[in-house]
Design a protein. Structure first.
Length: 165
């Protein structure tokens, strides 16, 4: 008897048949990466209080500069001032991390399911042939490595476009 999971993977595999092999697989995964980055950025923009997070991150950054300057120069007064503020800064860091994690609760499970399905479809097959070999990766990448590379290439610019970072 075929499980629900196998039926789902088989159904999606049939839908993606034209995109299973290079170069279509590379284009599909690149577009998927871009679409997911836009979706995540949109969710973050809707859920997060970006201005509050920026204020907190700026306070943290200034405190870190003060602390490292005090350590570097040996300024005891400045170090004492930084140490007095450290609990407050730790609280801010904790709040920033907690806030940034909240949207992940919404998209983590659906994205994990999507990646399990796609990993099942592409398995260990080559999805892209690169014109040059990348260190440690080579010039033939599987789904996982190509998606990761695409995500690094496009995720940052999309986050900047959405003014999340």
């Amino acid at each position: 008897m075929i499980s629900v999971w196998e039926k789902l993977v088989s159904f999606v595999s049939q839908l993606l048949e034209p995109y299973k092999y290079p170069p279509n697989s590379a284009i599909f995964i690149f577009i998927l990466s871009a679409a997911l980055s836009v979706l995540i950025s949109t969710l973050n923009r809707m859920i997060l209080d970006i201005e509050k997070l920026r204020r907190y991150e700026e306070k943290i950054r200034k405190w870190q500069q003060m602390y490292f300057k005090a350590k570097r120069t040996g300024d005891k007064k400045l170090l004492l001032k930084a140490e007095r503020q450290s609990k407050y800064i730790q609280r801010l860091q904790s709040e920033v991390a907690s806030e940034r994690f909240k949207p992940m609760l919404i998209y983590l499970v659906p994205f994990m399911l999507l990646f399990w399905i796609l990993n099942s479809i592409y398995k260990k097959s080559i999805v892209v042939f690169l014109p040059i070999a990348l260190p440690w990766l080579g010039d033939q990448l599987t789904f996982f490595w190509w998606y990761l590379l695409c995500n690094f290439a496009i995720g940052g610019p999309i986050q900047k476009l959405f003014k999340i970072t």
